[in-house]
Design a protein around this ligand. Structure first.
Ligand code: NAP
Length: 307
């Protein structure tokens, strides 16, 4: 039994982590830390990780569900206390801080897991297997969602380090880096940043591979009506399309049987396996692509965002 504590009890902790932990017999949620001290029905809740580590029950692992800007210090405290650490996506506010966390995890002999939930969407393993033996000519990402619907009141997303529209779009990049047989590079980006915030509300990213394949990503945080989370790859054998964030897969328009979407149960299954094997899994490729888009991207200031 892995005794685990959650830090940052907000939307994703309530929607996914608590139910996934309740459904996995290898884990026992024994404590949480969140400044608003939410009522978790008998599970002791502390103000922050320091208080949880000092006064709470014995823990083997900690899952961090805070925004990325609040991740590093909390992760360091957990690792230095000898706890295995599950990082929500994105694993940090910068690429370099994740390397530091990996080094501290090694030093303390504990597991660090940079989780990417979209890689556990039902269609992703089959998409990866299908593409592995094929030549992809072109790939497009369309990630358009309504920030007011999915991120209400999340002011951190608009602050520096919050990544704006890249908070959801990094999920697409996590699928891209999982299913593409080749390494991907950013070549150009255009970012639209509202005049009253620090992070982009829309954008376009051009990417390529060593083979020169064209990859584009069109991102929008203001899409009302039907929401779009699509990745489409053109190959000599047909067109593969992942929809609904990877939950559905079609090839040349014909649906492929992919089974149940079990993203967070899949993540905790992987975390339990990593702990059993004493092995960290640290992958910053999606975060590196975001960092590169910010580095080469031109910025256009657009109308203020008022929630
Ligand atoms: P959220 O609803 O804002 O919850 C985050 C919680 O972290 C807050 O409730 C807050 O609780 C705590 N926190 C600690 N330090 C904070 C700080 N400096 N600023 C703001 N909150 C702070 O956000 P979320 O949607 O759960 O997202 C958290 C992480 O999960 C993000 O990295 C996000 O990308 C990822 N994620 C979110 C979703 C989703 O659908 N929302 C899906 C997958 C992954 P206290 O005030 O009580 O401390």
């Amino acid at each position: 039994m892995i005794r685990i504590g959650l830090v940052g009890v907000g939307k994703i902790a309530h929607d996914q982590h608590i139910p996934a932990l309740a459904g996995d017999k290898r884990f026992q949620l024994v404590a949480a830390a969140s400044r608003s001290l939410p009522d978790l029905g008998g599970i002791p809740v502390f103000y922050d990780i320091d208080e949880m580590l000092a006064k709470g029950p014995e823990l083997d692992a900690v899952a961090l569900c805070t925004p990325p800007q609040a991740r590093r210090e909390t992760a360091l405290a957990a690792l230095r206390a000898g706890k295995h650490v599950f990082l929500e996506k994105p694993p940090g506010a910068t690429v370099s801080e994740v390397a530091e966390l990996a080094a501290v995890a090694r030093e303390h002999g504990v597991v660090l897991f940079t989780s990417w939930h979209s890689r556990f969407a039902a269609g992703v393993p089959q998409a990866k297997a299908w593409l592995a033996s094929r030549h992809v000519r072109k790939l497009t990402i369309e990630w358009r969602e309504d920030v007011r619907r999915w991120h209400p009141g999340q002011t951190w997303i608009w602050q520096a380090g919050g990544m704006g529209v890249f908070d959801p779009a990094i999920n697409a990049l996590s699928i891209l880096t999982e299913i593409m047989p080749a390494e991907v590079f950013v070549t150009d980006a255009k970012l639209q940043v509202p005049e009253n915030v620090q992070s982009p509300i829309a954008g376009h990213v051009d990417m390529t591979t060593l083979g020169g394949m064209a990859i584009t990503a069109d991102l929008d945080f203001l899409q009302t009506g039907p929401q779009t989370w699509d990745i489409t790859a053109w190959t000599e054998d047909g067109v593969l399309k992942l929809s609904l964030g990877g939950a559905e897969l079609t090839i040349d328009g014909t649906a492929v049987e992919v089974g149940e979407n079990r993203e967070y149960p899949g993540l905790y299954d992987r975390f339990a396996t990593l702990i059993a094997e004493g092995r960290s899994e640290v992958d910053v490729r999606p975060l590196t692509l975001v960092a590169d888009a910010f580095m080469v991207g031109t910025r256009e200031v657009v109308e203020a965002f008022i929630e």
